[in-house]
Write a protein that binds this ligand. Structure first.
Ligand code: AHR
Length: 501
């Protein structure tokens, strides 16, 4: 049985727990919006057509900030299409996802939905195929109180109070050849700098996110961030990171170590941003907005796309509806632990996405909504993590992975607040239970109040429409605290949370 020992010291503070770490993402893609969050006529729909069964699950998930409306979708989007009387809104082709967009949900409706879920809006502007003026117009429509044409239009459309959007993304994945209007780093850096400067003339306190590479595997990764930040450093607050992981070629060991890759990715982007800041002798620090992360069966999606012969333009087709396994949930829980561990520089993040499209929540049109396996580690972490993040000292055996080299069999992170603490752990061992001791004297904890583990003898078990709760977390009765030490057994391929008083 592998044994691991973890030391937690209240003084080893990384940073405060950032509520924005628990952000998510709603894109006009597939059935995320239509028949996902919005389905007039559904038995649970409210007067705006929003499914309240989904609202309840989003609240339980504990998602905080929601990035909207894309993603690749935003690069072909005219925001004006999606406001005003619904019957007058145009139907457009969305080239990014080869779908029809009815614009029945737009900024004002989505802002109403956010109120139901108690979340913050993070809005993306189209810098790819539009320009500075449409971005300024959207800003005026969204945030100006009243007395201008566009703010008065918002009021006439039924939203008297400004949306007061603080976080704005300057486009999406602008280096990707799949992006409508993709650009070179130099071109994008110049446009992003001018757009940001103009938006800040309207409101100097906006928090602006410039696009980093669309993934660390892009050939221009690193150079892209450097060039873009050389243009934009003084105008923006965040650089974005996007990362998706999946098990490839049956290599579960590497997949389970995905968080080590995310950590390396963050290191590289932070170092690049600091390099640019150093060269500029700037006192300012650029943070990371990890605004797309998840498990995504991307390879299967790309193969399916290559085989696609049905080129019909459809509204809300079923797309990217990945069904997640126990192993996927362990990886998602572990990636979230890494985001917490890097809270010194990753101050905002978005699980991509929220409903139906590579999502923790699934729905059936006219039918139920349910939790995927990945829902559980996210919601429990969002509920239990508070106060400050503590960097643990972990002594654990390592194993060799084909993709990421050596990885620890056990990973962990902790948070501590005035009267409570939480420890999050994974066991990446595929065969054996890990026996873990955690020295919590440095936290002053005296009692285990809750211990939950997500595991299953079948690591590929899933929740489906037919079996919605096949995989749920269970109480871990092995977790005990005596003489300042927590002892716990972690089953093979498992994620665990322990709440302490
Ligand atoms: O989240 C799905 C897609 O992944 C987003 O639209 C895009 O930004 C990324 O490539």
């Amino acid at each position: 049985m592998p044994r691991a020992h973890i030391e937690l010291d209240r003084k080893a503070v990384v940073a405060p727990v950032r509520r924005r770490t628990f952000g998510s993402f709603v894109e006009h893609l597939g059935r995320c919006v239509y028949t996902g969050i919005y389905e007039p006529g559904h038995p649970s729909a409210n007067e705006d057509g929003f499914r309240m069964d989904v609202v309840d699950l989003v609240r339980e998930l504990g998602s905080t900030t929601v990035r909207y409306p894309g993603g690749n979708f935003v690069s072909g989007f005219r925001w004006e299409d999606s406001v005003g009387p619904r019957e007058q809104r145009p139907v457009r082709r969305d080239l990014a996802w080869r779908s029809l967009e009815s614009n029945q949900v737009g900024l004002d409706e989505f802002a109403r939905w956010l109120k139901l879920t108690d979340s913050e809006l993070m809005l993306a502007v189209n810098v790819a195929t539009r320009g500075i003026l449409p971005a300024l117009d959207l800003l005026e429509y969204a945030n100006h109180p009243s007395g201008t044409t566009l703010s008065d239009l918002r009021i006439a459309n039924g939203t008297p109070e400004p949306h007061d959007v603080r976080m704005w993304c300057l486009g999406n994945e602008m280096d990707g050849p799949w992006q409508t209007g993709f650009m070179t780093a130099d071109d994008y850096g110049k446009i992003a700098a001018r757009t940001a400067a103009a938006m800040r003339m309207a409101d100097k306190d906006l928090e602006l996110v410039v696009c980093g590479s669309s993934g660390s595997g892009m050939p221009t990764f690193g150079d892209w961030e450097r060039t873009v930040l050389e243009h934009t450093y003084e105008h923006v607050d965040y650089v974005s990171c996007h990362a998706y992981y999946q098990e490839l070629d049956g290599d579960l060991g590497s997949f389970l170590a995905s968080a080590t890759d995310m950590d390396f990715f963050i290191d590289t982007v932070v170092a690049t941003a600091d390099h640019v800041g150093g060269k500029k002798r700037s006192k300012k620090r650029i943070d990371v907005s990890f605004d797309e992360w998840n498990v995504w069966y991307l390879k299967e999606h790309q193969e399916q796309e290559a085989r696609e012969t049905d080129l019909e333009w459809r509204h809300a087709p079923r797309k990217l509806e990945d069904v997640y396994t126990v192993a996927d949930a362990v990886v998602v829980g572990n990636l979230l632990m890494t985001l917490l561990k890097r809270s010194d520089r990753v101050t905002s993040a978005s699980l991509a996405q929220l409903v139906n499209v590579i999502a923790p929540i699934m729905t059936e049109p006219g039918g139920p909504a349910w939790r995927q396996t990945t829902f559980h580690p996210f919601s429990i972490t969002s509920r239990l993590a508070s106060g400050e993040v503590i960097r643990p000292v972990i002594e654990a055996p390592v194993y060799e992975t084909a993709r990421y080299g050596e990885a620890s069999l056990v990973d962990a992170v902790a948070t501590v607040d005035e009267d409570r603490a939480a420890v999050f752990l994974v066991n990446r061992d595929q065969r054996e239970t890990a026996h873990v001791t955690i020295d919590v004297r440095g936290l002053g904890s005296s009692r285990v109040v809750e211990a939950l583990t997500l595991a299953d003898p079948d690591v590929y078990a899933k929740n489906t429409l037919a079996e919605q709760d096949r995989v749920t977390p269970a109480a871990n009765a092995s977790a005990t605290l005596a003489d300042g030490t927590v002892t716990v057994e972690l089953p093979p391929v498992s994620w665990t949370a322990i709440a302490l008083r």
